[in-house]
Design a binder for this molecule. Structure first.
Ligand code: HEC
Ligand code: HEC
Ligand code: HEC
Ligand code: HEC
Ligand code: HEC
Length: 399
């Protein structure tokens, strides 16, 4: 608790020395509905992505984590919302809170505060929307790695859209070419997909640190290959939309079955009295790479010559988070992580199982789950998706 207050105070001090506030979005560029008329084919896939769900009201896991962190640290829920908004809702107009805000809340004077208005503003209700990525003017790479999300960027004036084209020209908004949509787009992803830490400064995810063996851009997999299409459906090229090479704004990740199938390789062999199972990760980041409590499950089924199941075994590969008293907690409140067992980027991990007497055929299956039992239990998550097992791969060994 004391450490937490110190952490908070340090944050507040930096606020005194000037935290940038975002330019307020006006009605012309308020949210994705303002882009639909000419970029409807982009708004649609984006709206199915988890970038579009990154708001307190739209993601059960995010909401319950915020409530839990607030309860355990005796902080106002709004203060935690502002803290998390740095990456989850970067268009928020207040970027840090201080002690004077906490006092206001205690005195029951929060209702009309700038903080309360900021967290309830409809401009942030779409999470990471068009006006987050495409309104970034500059990524401040000179800042220390701990500065992320809104603290790492400089916004454009409200009506200027940054993008991948040097020759774009729109009647609705100004355009501006930026390398971080083109040759170096992973820099844009690392504004947020890096250095996720607990409030006690324990790092639980850092996709940027894992991502060392390749020059591949994240979007090659998470937005798919470049295809011929158009950027805007407005007929600006002799009465037709201008042809462009584009990608799909799908940002599919852990929540989608499609990408999981075959995402990891699986090899099995007999080694003396044991069964050796190797999980291979051809991807350029660890799997899981994402948010703290993701889980891989390896299931082994032993059958005899007549296909009768003799035994099954299941192993969970997932980190566990502990508070100062050694009790189970969430990633954001961890003082310690008990093994962080992801499969390393472009690497592998081998598990050993005993052979069961009489088995002639062994099937090994691997599944992925968004939230492990421990964290799901702490938060009482209700939606089926958090416990659903997504199929990744299967192999069979005949003995
Ligand atoms: C997480 C960041 C992010 C968000 C959110 C986002 N974009 Fe993009 N956008 C990109 C990237 C990266 C590219 C470059 C893709 C490529 O290589 O073609 C891009 C490209 C574009 C282009 C150029 C044409 C194309 O498809 O390549 C347009 C237009 C565009 N985005 C509009 C939008 C609109 C409208 C929204 C909101 C529905 C949106 N974007 C949301 C990152 C984002
Ligand atoms: C009235 C139509 C219209 C509306 C509304 C509109 N745009 Fe555009 N936009 C265009 C046109 C036209 C282009 C240029 C397309 C081209 O050159 O291929 C463009 C280009 C872009 C680009 C690419 C810029 C570059 O330099 O690469 C982005 C990003 C973009 N728009 C984002 C948005 C966002 C975000 C919104 C909503 C706030 C929006 N647009 C609303 C017509 C529109
Ligand atoms: C402004 C911060 C920010 C930026 C920039 C950003 N992301 Fe994200 N991204 C997030 C957050 C926050 C989530 C989690 C949202 C949730 O689940 O509620 C997320 C989720 C994801 C997911 C997981 C989706 C799923 O289904 O589980 C993928 C994949 C992803 N982002 C890819 C990208 C790529 C690729 C880029 C760069 C083009 C990018 N992101 C840029 C913040 C960001
Ligand atoms: C070679 C393809 C590839 C590239 C390049 C790639 N990823 Fe992934 N990523 C995957 C696969 C496969 C998965 C696992 C299936 C899934 O979650 O959709 C994944 C999962 C994720 C997830 C969800 C992870 C989880 O554990 O829930 C995030 C977030 C993510 N990637 C972000 C990124 C970012 C950021 C980059 C760039 C630094 C990137 N990816 C580059 C293939 C790729
Ligand atoms: C440094 C940027 C950053 C900050 C600050 C941050 N997050 Fe995240 N968060 C992310 C990214 C990136 C992802 C997506 C990774 C993935 O999907 O696996 C994510 C994913 C999540 C998820 C998983 C959502 C899902 O649908 O599976 C939860 C829950 C979450 N964050 C909670 C929080 C809370 C609560 C806070 C504040 C205490 C917070 N985050 C602060 C970057 C951040």
């Amino acid at each position: 608790m004391r450490l937490f207050i110190l952490f908070w105070l340090l944050g507040s001090l930096s606020a005194l020395f000037g935290v940038e506030t975002a330019p307020t979005l006006d009605s012309k560029y308020h949210d994705s509905s303002k882009c639909k008329a000419c970029h409807g084919h982009i708004v649609k896939p984006w709206s199915h992505s988890y970038h579009a769900r990154s708001h307190y009201k739209k993601d059960e896991y995010f909401r319950k984590t915020i409530d839990y962190v607030a309860k355990k640290t005796f902080q106002p829920v709004n203060a935690i919302k502002v803290y998390c908004a740095a990456c989850h809702n970067p268009r928020i107009s207040v970027t840090s809170t201080d002690m004077s805000y906490e006092i206001k809340v205690l005195m029951g004077e929060d209702k009309n505060s700038a903080v309360n208005k900021a967290v309830n503003d409809s401009a942030i209700s779409e999470g990471i929307n068009c006006l987050v990525c495409h309104n970034i003017n500059k990524i401040k790479e000179h800042l220390p790695p701990s500065k992320r999300g809104v603290h790492r960027i400089r916004w454009n004036p409200v009506g200027t859209m940054s993008g991948p084209f040097k020759d774009a020209d729109s009647p609705y908004h100004k355009t501006q070419y930026r390398e971080f949509f083109d040759t170096n787009s992973k820099q844009l992803c690392f504004v947020c997909h890096a250095n996720e830490r607990s409030i006690y400064n324990v790092e639980f995810t850092n996709t940027q640190k894992e991502y060392v063996k390749t020059d591949k851009q994240c979007i090659e997999c998470h937005m798919g290959p470049k295809k011929e299409g158009f950027a805007s459906s407005l007929p600006i090229d002799h009465g037709k939309p201008r042809k462009r090479m584009v990608r799909e704004h799908s940002f599919m990740g852990g929540h989608f079955k499609q990408l999981w199938k075959g995402a990891l390789g699986l090899k099995a062999k007999r080694e003396g009295k044991d069964l050796s199972v190797t999980i291979l990760n051809p991807n350029p980041h660890n799997i899981p790479t994402g948010f703290g409590a993701r889980e891989l499950i390896v299931e082994v089924t032993y059958r005899d010559a007549s296909q009768k199941v003799l035994a099954t075994k299941s192993v969970s590969i997932t980190p566990h988070y502990r508070d100062r008293d050694g009790k189970a907690t969430l990633p954001h409140l961890a003082t310690k992580i008990i093994d962080n067992p992801s499969i390393p980027a472009q690497g592998e991990k081998t598990l050993t199982f005993p052979l069961v007497k009489g088995s002639k055929q062994i099937t090994i299956e691997i599944y992925y789950r968004l939230v492990n039992d421990e964290v799901r239990g702490l938060l009482h998550l209700k939606e089926a998706q958090w416990s659903e097992k997504k199929f990744v791969n299967r192999t069979t060994l005949e003995l």
